[in-house]
Design a protein around this ligand. Sequence first.
Ligand code: NAP
Length: 303
Amino acid sequence: MSAVQTARLMDGTGLAGRIIEEAAAKAAEIARSTGSSPCLATVLVGEDPASVTYVRMKQARCAKAGIRSRHIGLPATTTTAELIDTLAGLSADPDVHGILLQHPCGPHIDERAAFEAIAPEKDVDGVTMHSFAAMSFALQGFVSCTPGGIMRLLKAYDVDLAGKHAVVVGRSAILGKPAGMLLLAENATVTYCHSRTADLSAFVREADVVVAAVGRPRLIRGEDIKPGAVVIDAGYNPGNVGDVDFDTASTRARLITPVPGGVGPMTIAVLLAQTVDAAANQLGRSTPVSEGHSVHDGEQRAE
Ligand code: NAP
């Protein structure tokens, strides 16, 4: 007899929908009271088909939520200096409230230098060193969107992180590393694992909360999940497969994110929410800032 799924699913699609509705309502209020609606600038270097699709998707979601978008498509031959000029121009433009540099930008671009040309108050994708420092010091600021989405999911499902052992598998600048910082800010005891970690299974077996952010299909085996653990799968691999072996993990976990429909939709929801907050801040509106990692805003519960 095969084992039965005991884990409750964490519904990222539903929660993301509510966050976007709330962002749309705030955007409408900003437009009404200031005569100017929030504007997200998207910058894309080259024409990588996946990146083009991502940017179009983000623009379409913005439009639905009443957020304007301004797209700057640059040729693949763009230099780092030219990209920095573009981003600095958008940073100084009062009609642009948030900036998203779609990455990867190509091997000839110094991506870190480009990100740093984004003004912190417009860094709605949470990619600058300023934003990382804010996440690390638990200060108000914009969060990296996927880790921010993960934290909102945990909060929506009332996962108390204080004193829990959170194991983050992956340490990229946009996902694993900031996710660990945000978990730490909520008083979890955080372990980072990565490609050089010896005996990954041993760490996962000790985890009360597992965050998989690797990009390797089903790397995290169900048999390593501690019974009753919370499993967040940020991985997205070809064929809609996550980094966690869902079928086996869901027989042991208490809560688990599906792929798709878990972390994925949360990323764009956080991007839109932060764009509206950036506009509110810049236009001098007192619209409350969306939930940062250290601010509890009474967000609607998932249950
Ligand atoms: P990345 O930059 O390639 O980083 C992958 C991380 O995984 C690295 O830190 C790497 O370690 C680690 N790693 C690789 N092989 C490993 C192994 N065998 N054991 C343990 N750790 C290993 O990827 P990313 O941008 O963080 O993305 C990770 C996954 O999340 C991908 O599937 C991506 O598609 C997905 N993602 C989803 C969203 C979303 O919106 N849902 C957003 C972003 C990313 P080293 O540092 O040692 O190389």
